[in-house]
Design a binder for this molecule. Structure first.
Ligand code: C2E
Ligand code: MG
Ligand code: MG
Ligand code: MG
Length: 277
């Protein structure tokens, strides 16, 4: 396509590709350094109980305070980490920092009942996740029931059936499991029934169109009904407006997360938020 547009475009195109490749390689080597020098920062976003109107938990979300590029969002560096096989290391870093932080909050009277941490497919894949989670819980003293591990529906569906054993082992530790970005990954209901999960997170793509879009509305209701019948909690992601909240409440959705309640913020900022303690 680029070639058909003439020589200039072609040259520009290859140049752009090399630039991108060069950035990826540079970021990859920076990422190794970042993991050992506390450049990764954990942000936290509150989760709201829509039935009781209180905050019930937080999700830990990684950021990278890069010495040259500034604060980087996960979308910018997780693909690099993925390619470099560094996802398990990042997940472990976030888990350890978040569990430690959550214990500190608990000690100062914070009553939140859950800490959600994202788990990549590659971490689950190698089965290494079980001993690491066990070790981090022991080391930080956080009781397992406070921890919830999230995996995206897409990554979960890419796993073969052996992942069920790993998930069962995590469950046996007392850790809860959630399926992230639910609705985008084509779960088979047969498989879903066999997974030891306790929460579905409706992808924010389906919340964005509420209350106007009738398809999004139908999907949100269907996920909530599915959750009800399988006795799973349902959390709506990306709640930005009071109208969306009201509609979801009306549908019987138990939990919400989104900019309406809080953006992801550093630990110190979360502590200043009303309703946190
Ligand atoms: P996610 O786990 O689905 O997290 C929710 C994302 O939606 C976060 O983006 C959050 O900032 C954003 N968000 C929350 N509320 C709203 C809202 O009301 N409106 C909009 N437009 N966005 C909202 P973030 O922090 O950029 O993270 C992106 C993704 O990167 C996460 O999606 C997750 O899949 C991945 N990620 C982040 N941290 C980690 C980690 O430690 N490990 C792994 N494996 N993945 C991570
Ligand atoms: Mg998540
Ligand atoms: Mg999500
Ligand atoms: Mg997502």
């Amino acid at each position: 396509v680029a070639k058909a547009n003439g020589r200039g475009t072609y040259a520009f195109y290859t140049h752009a590709l090399t630039e991108r490749a060069r950035e990826m390689i540079a970021l990859e080597s920076d990422l190794h350094v970042a993991l050992h020098s506390e450049q990764l920062v954990v942000y936290y976003q509150l989760q709201r109980d829509l039935r009781g109107d209180f905050f019930s938990g937080v999700e830990a979300l990684v950021r990278w305070q890069h010495p040259q590029h500034g604060l980087m969002a996960p979308d910018r560096f997780l693909p690099v980490a993925q390619q470099a096989g560094l996802m398990p290391a990042i997940d472990e870093y976030v888990l350890r920092h978040a569990c430690r932080q959550f214990q500190t909050w608990r000690a100062s009277g914070c009553a939140l009942s859950s800490l959600a941490v994202n788990m990549s497919g590659s971490w689950l894949d190698r089965g290494q996740v079980v001993p690491v989670v066990q070790q981090v819980l022991k080391e930080t003293g956080l009781p397992a029931t406070f921890l919830e591990l999230e995996i995206t529906e897409t990554e979960l569906m890419q796993q073969d059936d052996r992942c069920i054993e790993v998930l069962d082992s995590l469950r046996a530790l007392g850790v809860r499991l959630a399926i992230d970005d639910f609705g985008t990954g084509h779960s088979s209901l047969m498989r879903l029934k066999r997974l030891p999960v306790s929460r579905l997170k409706i992808d924010r793509d389906f919340v964005r169109g509420l209350p106007g879009d009738s398809n999004d509305s139908a999907i949100a209701r269907a996920v909530i009904a599915l959750g009800d019948s399988l006795q799973l909690e349902v959390l709506a992601e990306g709640v930005e407006t009071a109208e969306q909240e009201q509609l979801l409440q009306g549908f019987g959705c138990g939990l919400g997360q989104g900019y309406l309640y809080s953006r992801p913020v550093p630990a110190a900022e979360l502590e200043l938020m009303q309703g946190f303690l």
